[in-house]
Ligand binder design. Structure first.
Ligand code: NAD
Ligand code: IPM
Ligand code: MN
Length: 372
């Protein structure tokens, strides 16, 4: 029997709360579907800083490189706001992404029918929505050099300090994430819309030209369009179902995916997969995490919606373990509890529903799995 190795990094804030529900789901698949997981757990973010004085220990980094897949909760929180930039919790997550070379971040936004009335947009705009944002994750302005804040804070020298970040892409970086988007599009609606700002940024011109090159030479069968990212943000809210796969850079992808979250009803619904090059077993190096953060405003209150983290595990089943049947089962179980009217606090609107806590939501998802 295959044993899948998993490294779980719950992180900070609601990270451990939502990850506890994923652990239940893992247990359910072991007990009921005969799957075998070798699960280890470690620290990332503020939790790692508290223990090791840095947001990701080298030993944890090495473990992440060695396992079949990493599951991450969330990092960050006000407790760490004053830390030196290099020690901030977010640096731990960015180090994982960079050193594992997880260049393709898949952020699907699906509107479950039971939540179509809950979205802040009208039902007829979001019902049936199923789009996939492919965000470049290891380059662009998040990592470009030069970067930093100039040290010149001489009193009286008002305006003398400079904050610098550099938007930088190579053609190779653009081509590889474009290939990921085209491959994924072929298994869906066969359409890719690439978003940048080629009207104001040279890196945007390069992005557009390279995406077009990959299309023309390798994926001429996929329908490709280009859009300026600001228009893309507007179109996402105006008529999101016009899109199938959206391909975009690191920063635009971060912003556009939070916007897309509200099309589904809540940021607590959006999962993600961060994929790199294939490992020796043919499967991609991978980290799975919800799109949301550590939600300090609701931490410790049993209010967090665990669905984004649970659906991230469904993506892990599909992309890292090739367990499409099990992934479908888990996604159906989520759909079922929503259809049954179960709602964590973030999903409670005027149309009502049965309020449930984080752990009750997890329990009901297990029950829905068992009922299949
Ligand atoms: P956030 O995503 O943590 O929270 C934004 C809002 O959404 C909050 O009102 C929160 O309560 C709500 N929310 C988020 N997830 C939810 C869930 N599962 N269920 C119910 N409600 C949910 O963003 P923020 O407040 O801007 O950032 C807080 C911290 O998280 C910061 O330190 C930030 O850097 C970090 N962050 C981490 C990640 C990550 O680890 N991948 C992602 C985004 C933000
Ligand atoms: C995300 C987060 C991260 C990002 C932060 C926490 C580093 O916002 O995963 O969306 O900006 O990529
Ligand atoms: Mn984000």
């Amino acid at each position: 029997m295959t044993t899948y190795s998993l490294l779980i990094l719950p992180g900070d804030g609601i990270g451990p709360e939502v990850m506890a529900e994923v652990r239940k789901v893992i247990g359910w698949f072991e007990n009921n579907r005969g799957l075998s997981f070798d699960v280890s757990e470690d620290l990332v973010g503020g939790a790692a800083y508290d223990k090791h004085g840095k947001p990701l220990a080298d030993e944890t980094m090495a473990k992440a490189q060695a396992v079949d897949a990493v599951l991450l909760g969330a990092v960050g929180g006000p407790k760490y706001d004053e830390l030196d930039f290099s020690l901030k919790p977010e640096r731990g997550l960015l180090r994982l992404r960079k050193e594992m070379d997880l260049f393709a971040n898949l952020r699907p936004a699906q509107c479950f029918d039971a939540l179509a009335d809950f979205s802040s947009l009208k039902r007829e705009v979001v019902a049936g929505l199923d789009i996939l944002i492919v965000r470049e994750l290891t380059s662009g302005v998040y990592f470009g050099e030069p970067r930093g804040i100039s040290a010149d804070d001489t009193p009286g020298n008002e305006g003398g300090r400079v904050g610098v970040n550099t938007q930088r892409y190579t053609s190779g970086e653009i081509r590889r994430v474009a290939r990921s988007a085209f491959e994924l599009a072929r298994k869906r609606g066969n359409r890719v819309c690439s978003m940048e700002k080629a009207n104001v940024m040279e890196s945007g011109i390069l992005w557009r030209e390279e995406v077009q090159w990959v299309h023309d030479n390798e994926y001429p069968d996929v329908a490709l369009s280009h859009m300026y990212a600001d228009n893309g943000a507007m179109q996402l809210v105006r008529n999101p179902r016009q899109f199938d796969v959206i391909l975009t850079d690191n920063l635009f992808g971060d912003v556009l995916s939070d916007a897309a979250a509200m099309l589904t009803g809540s940021l607590g619904m959006l999962p993600s997969a961060s994929l790199g090059a294939p490992m020796a077993n043919g499967r991609p190096k991978a980290l799975y995490e919800p799109v949301h953060g550590s939600a300090p405003d609701i931490t410790g209150q049993g209010k967090a919606n665990p669905i984004a983290c649970i659906l991230s595990f469904a993506m892990c089943l599909r992309y890292s373990f090739d367990l499409g049947v099990e992934a479908d089962m888990l996604e159906k179980a989520v759909e079922q509890v929503l259809a049954d009217g179960l709602r964590t606090a973030d999903l409670m609107g005027p149309e009502g529903g049965t309020p449930v806590s984080t752990s009750e939501m997890g329990d009901r998802i297990l029950a829905a799995l068992s009922a299949q």
